[in-house]
Design a protein around this ligand. Structure first.
Ligand code: ADP
Length: 257
């Protein structure tokens, strides 16, 4: 039984091919989201990686912000359900998932089978999302992938008091003009994101082990800042960005059964 999950995100597209609902045959991330060639490329690359064609896929589930406009999937399932399932598979001991993607942040509670029990979400404001980090990385003149390592060298993180992305951007520019170190500004940016998303997570309630999913989980600076805010360890699986696609592929397998 071969199934596929496709996560059509706002900034990136992810695909996973599963055998028998348990073995990952292929996984791809393409840094282009909904409305671009990203979703098509992610699925084609995954099929090529597994040496398969679309006809070999018994069931395909699409998730993510652009799931309803993605052609070719058999079913569509919400991101929160899929992220919960994906993290439940990767890290079965986890009960609280903090998912930060390109343009929203969510906190989920899941049970021992990865089933979604409750969630809260911020999709109204760029603060506390990957978009905030992308904008700030541009202002600092560093790739967003390098922000985490940069912030690790910080000794005196700056304070970013504005919540609004536009005002926070002006604040970062003022810190730059005042000669603050890039590492201290990067650390301040991470604390700002972590504080906002931790407040969201408190609303859903922190239970059991905590993990992050979504692309921002790859930013070690945000993960460290989140651990400080929540005062507990935050687990990150290497496939954290693919958790949604994995959950979709697992749900596709369940539907076939
Ligand atoms: P979506 O599903 O909404 O398209 P993702 O979950 O893929 O978004 O997350 C995208 C965000 O993840 C980007 O805005 C960026 O801030 C962050 N990101 C992606 N890759 C990396 C990386 N290698 N290192 C640090 N941050 C990353």
């Amino acid at each position: 039984m071969i199934t596929m999950g496709v996560d059509v995100g706002s900034t990136s597209s992810k695909a996973i091919i599963l055998q028998d609902g348990s073995e990952i045959l292929a996984k791809t991330v393409v840094n282009m989201g909904t409305g671009t060639q990203g979703p098509g490329q992610a699925t084609e690359q995954a099929l090529a990686q597994a040496g398969l064609c679309r006809e070999n896929i018994g069931c395909m589930v699409a998730t993510g912000y652009g799931r309803l406009t993605f052609p070719g999937a058999d079913h569509q399932v919400s991101e929160v359900t899929c992220h919960g399932r994906g993290i439940g598979f990767l890290l079965p001991e986890v009960r609280t998932v903090i998912d930060i993607g390109g343009q929203d942040a969510k906190a989920l509670q899941i049970n021992s089978r990865g089933k979604l029990m409750n969630f809260v979400m911020n999709d109204k404001c760029a603060a506390g999302t990957g978009r905030f980090l992308d904008v700030m990385a541009k202002v600092l003149g560093v790739p967003v992938e390098g922000l985490g390592q940069l912030s690790a060298q910080s000794e005196h993180p700056v304070s970013i008091s504005n919540v609004c992305t536009v005002f926070a951007e002006s604040e970062v520019i003022s810190h730059l003009a005042a000669g603050a170190k890039l590492s201290d500004i990067a650390a301040g940016i991470h604390i700002s994101v972590a504080r906002r998303v931790a407040a969201l997570a408190m609303r859903v309630g922190i239970e059991g082990q905590v993990a992050m999913s979504g692309g921002v989980a790859l930013n070690q600076g945000v993960v460290r800042a989140m651990e400080m805010e929540l005062k507990r360890p935050v687990l990150v699986h290497p496939d954290a960005q693919l958790a949604g696609a994995l959950g979709a592929a697992l749900l596709a397998a369940e539907r076939m059964q």
